[in-house]
Design a binder for this molecule. Structure first.
Ligand SMILES: Cc1cc2nc3c(=O)[nH]c(=O)nc-3n(C[C@H](O)[C@H](O)[C@H](O)COP(=O)(O)OP(=O)(O)OC[C@H]3O[C@@H](n4cnc5c(N)ncnc54)[C@H](O)[C@@H]3O)c2cc1C
Length: 308
């Protein structure tokens, strides 16, 4: 996490009386986020007429549209300040939201990862899963077109084209959004030769986010992208294209050649899944921790793996 790298880490689990930000499974203090760096570059010269967002502090964006995607996920599209603006964020960057609940005074911070490309003019789009009683996701789901939310970029993982020969992504639930952002950025760059294998786990087929988008990417880039979806509960009428059960070594081996030099593995999902795949994060989730689980059995070490 950028916040960790900037060195403003403050152990604030369960902090009271200070702003607390929950970044997936981590909590950060309000002040910590004032130091989070904005990351941005113009993605291509051909888009030179477009204006990269300046992202000075938190920027208020207006909700343009809201669409229910499945029983607990909404697709929210926010308007950028004008039609020529682009987010300009580099993969993998989330946008940290900030709001103060009605009747409260402690601000709530939560990161959400754009699933729209960073050079799309005029809008930025998210997929948001709602958790029962969730402060951040509840607020996002309550927004109607015309409402506003404050955002600020927060880089989660720094990626440079061709930095790795191949990448293995293991994701669960809404943990797919950072992975999707990077997958798109890699595959749509013709100069980037990185090969990607994705294992994506969910409870049911309806929970699979961005399913058509990933299927399309696999069709478009058969030599560079392979995916395997697995769900705990299969629909009765399934065509065999989706595996059943939690992620296993066998599933990974099906789409991944095995350990060799120049690889990187990203694991993004609920803590129980991250632990089973890559070992638990350390220091109450503040550090990467040592590599355990399936990846350790496959011979991977700390340098090879990044846990979200
Ligand atoms: C880098 C990063 C990017 C993210 N991008 C996205 C994104 O694009 N879309 C998205 O929907 N979410 C994303 N998240 C998760 C998001 O930031 C929030 O953590 C999530 O919305 C829950 O916050 P909340 O305030 O609604 O729930 P909270 O008020 O924090 O918690 C409410 C209840 O839900 C439970 N809960 C919270 N999170 C989880 C979880 N992951 N698994 C199981 N139970 C949980 C809590 O234990 C609690 O009981 C991202 C997280 C990180 C770290």
């Amino acid at each position: 996490m950028a916040a960790l790298r900037t060195g403003f880490k403050v152990a604030s689990l369960g902090a009271v009386g200070a702003g607390v930000a929950y970044t997936g499974y981590q909590y950060y203090t309000t002040t910590q986020f004032f130091f989070v760096r904005a990351h941005a570059e113009l993605p291509s010269d051909s888009k030179a007429a477009l204006k990269k967002m300046e992202w000075k502090g938190f920027t208020e964006l207006k909700l343009q549209s809201s669409e229910q995607v499945n029983h607990n996920v909404k697709k929210l599209t926010f308007a950028l300040p004008d039609d020529d603006s682009i987010t300009g964020i580099t993969p993998i960057t989330s946008l940290l939201t900030q709001h103060t609940p009605d009747g409260g005074f402690i601000p709530v911070f939560r990161p959400y990862t754009p699933v729209s490309d960073n050079d799309i003019a005029g809008t930025v789009t998210f997929m948001i899963k709602k958790y029962p009683g969730g402060k951040g996701s509840g607020k996002m789901h309550s927004l109607v077109p015309g409402d506003t939310m404050k955002f600020k970029p927060l880089q989660e993982f720094e990626y440079k084209p061709n930095q790795f020969k191949s990448m293995l992504f293991v994701a669960g639930g809404s943990g797919i959004t950072p992975i999707y952002q990077l997958t798109r950025a890699i595959l749509k760059n013709p100069e980037d030769k990185t090969k990607i294998s994705l294992v994506y786990a969910n409870n049911t087929e309806e929970d699979i986010l961005l399913r058509q988008e990933f299927e399309e990417l696999e069709r478009q880039y058969p030599d560079r992208f392979q995916k395997l979806f697995t769900v705990s509960k299969l629909n009765q009428a399934n065509d065999g294209s989706i595996a059943q059960g939690y992620v296993t070594k066998q599933m990974i081996n099906k789409i991944w050649a095995g350990k060799e030099a120049g690889q990187k593995v990203l694991v993004s999902g609920p803590p129980a899944m991250v632990e089973a795949i890559a070992g638990a994060k350390g220091g109450f989730g503040w550090t990467q921790g040592s590599v355990g689980g399936i990846l350790k059995e496959l011979g991977y070490t700390k340098e090879d793996v990044h846990k979200f």
